[in-house]
Design a protein around this ligand. Structure first.
Ligand code: DAH
Length: 338
């Protein structure tokens, strides 16, 4: 005949091993091993037993507790493993995944990155200056006469305190020469601002790459070679460039540079792209005055400078008909360059 503790153990084991889920199993654990559970109650009754009975019942009680504990652990493990397998079976690995949407660089940024990479290979470093400038950086230091039309309030955005939004990136030439003596070889990409009537080819904010190279014996040939290399790398080896004499206050001689390339819309047409020239000695002089030294000695150093319209370059390279598209934030436009 079985002792009641053995009967308790056997029925507990049969309930536990057939538990359907983890909730049922937890209820069984409380029922047998909990503070008011059957096994605890037997423990309390031990005190009422005789000296002879106590060790026998104690041994049975221990056996029952160990067996129940082991069965709970084992069944728990089995149920958890089954749950995991079920969860995995619910995953349909043949379903298409969720594709993360990728962003892309703005066409002007792509243009700029390509341009910077080419100038880098020729040893040009990046320089920068502020968008809000004084008249001195924008005009005076660049040898621009007090009555020059560019200074007009009709053409330039002035702030109430007399400062202005730079009308070109040539201001960075002055900042760069103020900060360091020659040799200088920098490009300065950035925004410029003019009070133009906005239309397909004019925007109140546009972008330029300024270039400045100052060293001993820098000549027009260097200017020509540098820009020719740049444009052929960018637009293809058959690209032609043409220098037209022009006037800028801060260069002498000055040129406008036109480009013709099969890669561009318009194919065989010359397109005006860039202002350039040899740095005017008056610019060196004003820089020296601001520096308080003679670092830019016009007898010893010469330099070339250029300013290129980036929006225009991107428009002709990517065949974009309207400059306003760059700032319109229309995804149908932008996605074409992703
Ligand atoms: N700053 C001129 C403009 O915006 C372009 C330019 C012309 C830049 C001649 C230069 C230069 O550096 O040498 O129209």
């Amino acid at each position: 005949m079985l002792h009641p503790l053995e009967e308790l153990r056997d029925s507990a084991l049969s309930y536990i091993t057939s538990a359907a889920d983890e909730h049922v199993l937890e209820a069984l654990r409380v029922q047998y091993l909990g503070r008011n559970g059957s096994i605890a109650l037997w423990g309390e009754q031990m005190r009422a037993l005789s000296k002879e009975e106590r060790p026998i019942v104690g041994k049975l009680l221990n056996e029952a507790r160990n067996a129940v504990t082991a069965a709970l652990a084992e069944t728990g493990e089995r149920l958890r493993a089954a749950n995991e397998a079920n969860a995995l079976a619910d995953i349909d690995i043949s379903l298409p995944g969720t594709v993360a949407e990728l962003g892309a660089l703005h066409p002007l940024t792509q243009m700029l990155d390509r341009a910077i990479a080419i100038f880098r290979r020729m040893g040009f470093a990046l320089a920068e200056g502020p968008d809000v400038e004084t008249e001195w950086y924008c005009f005076d230091a660049l040898n621009t006469a007090p009555d020059h039309p560019a200074r007009n309030e009709q053409d330039t955005f002035y702030l109430p305190d007399g400062r202005l939004l730079r009308t070109h990136t040539s201001t960075v030439q002055i900042h760069t020469m103020q900060q360091a003596p020659p040799p200088i070889r920098v490009i300065a990409p950035g925004a410029a601002f003019r009070r133009d009537e906005v239309d397909a080819t004019h925007s109140a904010q546009f972008h330029q790459i300024e270039g400045l190279y100052v060293d001993e014996d820098v000549s027009v040939a260097d200017l020509k070679g540098t820009l020719e290399f740049f444009l052929r790398e960018l637009l293809g080896p058959e690209t032609e460039i043409r220098f037209r004499p022009h006037y800028f206050p801060f260069t002498e001689p000055s040129f406008e540079i036109d480009v013709k390339s099969k890669a561009l819309r318009g194919g065989e047409k010359w397109l005006e792209l860039c202002g350039s020239g040899m740095v005017h000695p008056a610019v060196f002089e004003e820089v020296n005055r601001a520096r308080g030294d003679e670092a830019y000695d016009a007898e010893k150093y010469t330099g070339f400078a250029f300013g290129m319209g980036m929006d225009r370059l991107a428009m002709i390279l990517f065949d974009i008909p309207d400059i306003r598209l760059f700032a319109g934030n229309d995804l149908r436009f932008l996605r074409q360059f992703a």
